[in-house]
Design a protein around this ligand. Structure first.
Ligand SMILES: Cc1cc2nc3c(=O)[nH]c(=O)nc-3n(C[C@H](O)[C@H](O)[C@H](O)COP(=O)(O)OP(=O)(O)OC[C@H]3O[C@@H](n4cnc5c(N)ncnc54)[C@H](O)[C@@H]3O)c2cc1C
Length: 314
C-alpha cells in the first residue's frame, strides 16, 4: 500500500472521536480552590501576591497555603495565611502537618489560626526532610487521622485531607490507604483533595473505588498545570504520581522554548479538566505553584469568570 492509499484508508476506516461537550453560559460554574506555597524571598513574596491578586476575582471558595518542616517555613505559612485573612476577600485555609512537633505545639499553632479568624485547615501527616524516613514525634500525632481528631478538639475547624488516586507510596496497599482516607473523614474531615495525576482515568477509577468503599465526601481532583516537565517528573517520582509515556514526548525538544511549553501545558491541562468536567466533576483544586496564568486560563475554559464585586480594593 502506498502512502496515499494508506492515508485514504485511515480517513475512511479510522476511529471517529466526538468532541468533549462545551458548557453553555448558563451552566453552573465549578467550585475552585487554589494552593500557594509560602515565599522564601522578597522577590518570591511579590510573585505570590501578584498571583493572589490575579486569581482573587475568580472568587475561589478557598485558597490554601502549604506548610513545611522547620520554624521559619512555618512562620511564613502563618504570615501568608493571616495576611490573606486580613487583606483579601479570599477564604484562607492553612495546611498543618504532624512532622517534628508535639501535639501541644500543633494545637498551639491551630489555636493561633482560629484566633486570626482562620476556620479551615488542610490536615496532613507531612513529609520528613529529604533522604529520611518518617518517624512520628514521640509526643506528636502519628498520622493525619489523629491530627484531624486533635484539631476538632481544639475548635470546630472545617478540615480537608489528602487522598491518593495512585495510593500513597508508603501505604501497606491500596485498600489500607483507602481505609486510612475513611478514617480521616470519620475523624471529622469533610473533603479530600487528591495528589495530582496526569491521566484523568486514574482519578475517575479512584472515585469509583471511593464510592464502592462507602465514601460520600467530595474527593476534589488536584490539578497541576505542568509547564516545566523536568521538575514535574522529579516531583512525581517522589510522590508516586505516575508519568504516562506520552507526557515526556509532548515536551520533547522544548527545554529552551518556554513559550511553546506553556501553550502545550495549557492545552494538556484544559483537556484534562474538560474530560473531568464531562464526567460530572464540578470541583477542582489547583496547585498554582504561585503562578497565575495557566490556572487563570484553565479556570476560564471551565466557565469561571471574574467577579469584580468580591475582589478587595487593597
Ligand atoms: C492536597 C495535598 C496537600 C499537601 N500539602 C502538604 C504540605 O503543606 N506540607 C507537607 O509537608 N506535605 C504536604 N502534602 C504531602 C503529604 O504530607 C504527604 O503526601 C505525606 O507523605 C502524607 O500525608 P497524609 O496526610 O496523606 O498522611 P496520612 O493520611 O497520615 O498517611 C500517610 C501514610 O501512612 C499510612 N497510614 C496512615 N495511618 C496509618 C496507620 N495507623 N498505620 C499504618 N499506616 C498508616 C497511609 O496509608 C499512608 O501511606 C500534601 C499532599 C496533598 C495531596
Amino acid at each position: 500500500m502506498n502512502h496515499t492509499t494508506a492515508t485514504l484508508q485511515r480517513w475512511l476506516n479510522g476511529p471517529r472521536f466526538a468532541g468533549l461537550p462545551m458548557r453553555e453560559a448558563g451552566h453552573p460554574v465549578p467550585l475552585l480552590s487554589f494552593e500557594f506555597f509560602p515565599p522564601k524571598t522578597e522577590a518570591l513574596e511579590q510573585q505570590l501576591w501578584a498571583c493572589i491578586r490575579r486569581l482573587e476575582p475568580l472568587a475561589p471558595r478557598f485558597v490554601s497555603v502549604t506548610y513545611g518542616a522547620g520554624g521559619s517555613t512555618q512562620a511564613r505559612t502563618h504570615e501568608t495565611v493571616a495576611r490573606l485573612a486580613r487583606e483579601t476577600s479570599l477564604t484562607p485555609a492553612a495546611h498543618l502537618t504532624c512532622v517534628g512537633a508535639s501535639r501541644e505545639e500543633v494545637e498551639q499553632v491551630a489555636r493561633r489560626y482560629w484566633e486570626a479568624g482562620v476556620r479551615h485547615i488542610v490536615a496532613l501527616r507531612g513529609d520528613p526532610p529529604p533522604g529520611t524516613r518518617y518517624a512520628p514525634h514521640p509526643r506528636g500525632y502519628p498520622f493525619a487521622a489523629e491530627l484531624v481528631a486533635g484539631l476538632k478538639r481544639v475548635a470546630d475547624f472545617e478540615i480537608s485531607v489528602a487522598a491518593y488516586p495512585e495510593t500513597h507510596p508508603e501505604a501497606a496497599g491500596p485498600e489500607h490507604d483507602l481505609d486510612n482516607l475513611k478514617r480521616k473523614l470519620d475523624a471529622g474531615a469533610t473533603r479530600a483533595i487528591t495528589q495530582y495525576f496526569f491521566d484523568p482515568a486514574v482519578y475517575l477509577r479512584f472515585l469509583d473505588r471511593c464510592a464502592a468503599a462507602g465514601i460520600t465526601a467530595p474527593i476534589v481532583p488536584g490539578i497541576m498545570p505542568v509547564s516545566n516537565f523536568a521538575q514535574a517528573a522529579r516531583f512525581s517520582a517522589m510522590c508516586g504520581a505516575s508519568v504516562p509515556s506520552w507526557l515526556p514526548h509532548l515536551f520533547e525538544g522544548l527545554d529552551d522554548d518556554p513559550e511553546t511549553r506553556r501553550m502545550v501545558a495549557a492545552v494538556l491541562a484544559a483537556e484534562q479538566v474538560r474530560l473531568l468536567q464531562a464526567n460530572g466533576v464540578d470541583e477542582f483544586h489547583f496547585y498554582t505553584l504561585n503562578r497565575p496564568d495557566l490556572t487563570y486560563a484553565i479556570a476560564h475554559i471551565l466557565g469561571v469568570r471574574p467577579v469584580p464585586a468580591r475582589s478587595s480594593a487593597a
